[in-house]
Design a protein around this ligand. Structure first.
Ligand code: BTN
Length: 246
């Protein structure tokens, strides 16, 4: 992975660019990196704050042979790799909030946006977008992010070269991805995800498209789906949501 790198100083979104390249046949492992995004995208149509030279804004093209139903697992695999990389870079333990936010003590430092192209029920390609706040001085975050965002520099106390961050991410991601696609499947990653997670065992509100679901986050199943025990004792499967801690 990352054998071929496409670099742009400024771009709208590395995910959008990677989608175009993937549709034009770019091979698995192609990595798109930018210093700045003018229209960085987050999950659920949000935008992603991507100021120049302050973060790692990158997208990786993957072509796993996977049924569509398994594709969401790749995001969880990536979250494990990201938690490891960010822990190693800062010396401070990073935690995963389901499905794939990486936090240091309740503040988000990294987000993952996986976009899929499918043909029938098989994955054609995936674009794995990774955004990491690296050297963002806390006062530079916009007002609405002040209390919920942090950067590696904020955690470690000193700036970290972005090239080092990209290297650490690729070093952690490659072996986990190989283990996942070369037969291990999600079963081989699930325990690692659980060890790094900060969601299970807690009272949460899952904001889903169907409305909020309140209860205790019990576990993730073999697909990576979150299981929540509602107050009435019923267990709900959560496929996609924003999680708030109650
Ligand atoms: C989220 O937590 O909402 C996901 C954020 C993903 C941001 C990254 S930055 C690189 C890539 N390009 C984008 O436009 N978004 C992802």
């Amino acid at each position: 992975l990352g054998q071929s790198i496409v670099y742009h100083e400024t771009i709208d979104s590395t995910n959008t660019m990677a989608q175009k390249l993937a549709l034009n046949g770019a091979p698995e492992g192609t990595l798109v990196i930018a210093d700045e995004q003018t229209a960085g995208r987050g999950r659920r149509g949000r935008n992603w704050f991507s100021p120049p030279h302050s973060g790692v804004w990158m997208s990786l093209i993957l072509r796993p042979q996977l049924p569509v139903a398994h594709a969401a697992q790749i995001t969880l695999v990536t979250a494990v790799a990201m938690a490891r990389a960010l822990t190693r870079l800062t010396g401070v333990e990073a935690g995963i909030k389901w499905p794939n936010d990486i936090l240091f003590d309740k503040r988000k430092c990294c987000g993952i946006l996986t976009e899929m192209h499918a043909e029938f029920d098989q994955v054609h390609h995936l674009v794995l977008g990774i955004g990491i706040n690296v050297n963002v001085p806390q006062e530079q975050f916009p007002e609405e992010l002040q209390s919920i965002a942090t950067s590696l520099q904020g955690v470690k106390g000193v700036p970290i070269p972005r090239a080092e961050v990209v290297r650490a991410v690729m070093e952690e991601l490659e072996p986990l991805y190989r283990r996942y696609v070369d037969g291990g499947g999600f079963a081989s990653i699930r325990e690692d995800w659980k060890r790094s997670n900060i969601t299970l065992g807690r009272q949460i509100v899952a904001q889903t498209a169907r409305g909020p679901i309140t209860g205790e986050a019990l576990d993730i199943d073999e697909f990576g789906v979150l299981l929540v025990r509602r107050e009435d004792g019923e267990t709900e499967k959560i496929y996609s949501a924003d999680i708030l801690f109650a």
